[in-house]
Design a protein around this ligand. Structure first.
Ligand code: 5RP
Length: 291
């Protein structure tokens, strides 16, 4: 099959279903992730909790680090580019990463546009808070979607908010006529053609993970119970007391999300979770989800 077609890109994302994708900043962390059973790793400069605490401009990771991570693991390696940063995305494609995350966790580079992802052979994953955002990113060529949550907080409430909103908005479309879809599209700022596709599938037409603030096995299970296809976890693992143990537990919880006995077992004795932040304590200008 031809490399880089939309069918290949979205089909590749299907392979991650049911799994955990872990943020990593070094080859050592990538090895921990692979050993724990992650389906892919996401290379970035700093985990979101550190970006939040340290501030400054967060950019694509150093290509040298990305190469080291690629050499360290056999699972797919994703990497983050800033929103609208075509050059970072082209560098990541040249490095041979398996997926680019056009991510709100990094400092946005373009205040007007997201990347035109149709111009790339490498597939992209993008974040959304609602159906309108998801549909716009899909229209731009995203092959995978993730709900944004609020990264680096260890607080799952925003991940839940975004997944519930997305589900409700998709449910609302059932039975709408074409004319109703067009006006719903105007309300959401979403192209009607993409909404038609979503209506037809009864879900997003691409794989949809949950991200941002997932810090425990129970959080991962909660997001799966709400219908996501898998989860991204970053700070929740590497800012906890025992990343190896917690990473394995989150992978098991993601698979066995509907089995409370297994969830109880894997949640035992994990040591301290990352310290969390309440969303109300974050000034609105510092919320990553609004980017
Ligand atoms: O942007 C992401 C997904 O692509 C991050 O991996 C995710 O949001 C991590 O958040 P946290 O550090 O809260 O787990």
């Amino acid at each position: 099959m031809e490399k880089g077609t939309y069918r290949v890109k979205t089909g590749f994302a299907e392979m991650f279903k049911g799994g955990v994708i872990m943020d990593v900043t070094t080859a050592d962390q990538a090895r921990i992730a692979e050993e724990a059973g992650a389906v892919a790793v996401m290379a970035l400069e700093r985990v979101p909790a550190d970006i939040r605490a340290q501030g400054g401009v967060a950019r694509m990771a150093d290509p040298q680090k990305i190469k080291e991570i690629q050499a360290a693991v056999s699972i797919p390696v994703m990497a983050k580019a800033r929103i609208g940063h075509i050059a970072e995305a082209r560098i990541l494609e040249a490095l041979g990463v398996d997926f680019v995350d056009e991510s709100e966790v990094l400092t946005p580079a373009d205040p007007f546009h997201h990347i035109d992802k149709w111009q790339f052979k490498v597939p992209f994953v993008c974040g959304c808070r609602d159906l309108g955002e998801a549909a716009r990113r899909i229209a731009e060529g995203a092959a995978m979607i993730r709900t944004k949550g609020e990264a680096g907080t260890g607080n799952v409430i925003e991940a839940v908010r975004h997944m519930r909103l997305l589900n409700d908005q998709i449910r609302r479309m059932a039975g709408m006529s074409r004319a109703e879809l067009v006006s719903y599209g105007k309300e959401l700022g979403a192209p009607a053609e993409i909404l038609e596709l979503i209506q037809e599938h009864g879900r997003l037409p691409v794989v949809n993970f949950a991200a941002g603030g997932i810090a425990t096995p129970a959080d991962a299970a909660l997001m799966r119970l709400l219908g996501c296809d898998g989860v991204f976890v970053g700070s929740g693992i590497f800012k906890s007391a025992d990343p190896e143990k917690r990473a394995k537990a989150i992978v098991l919880a993601c698979t066995n999300y509907d089995d409370p006995q297994v969830l109880a077992q894997v949640s035992m004795g994990l040591g301290e979770a990352m310290p969390g932040i309440t969303i109300e304590a974050i000034p609105s200008a510092e919320l990553m989800q609004h980017r």
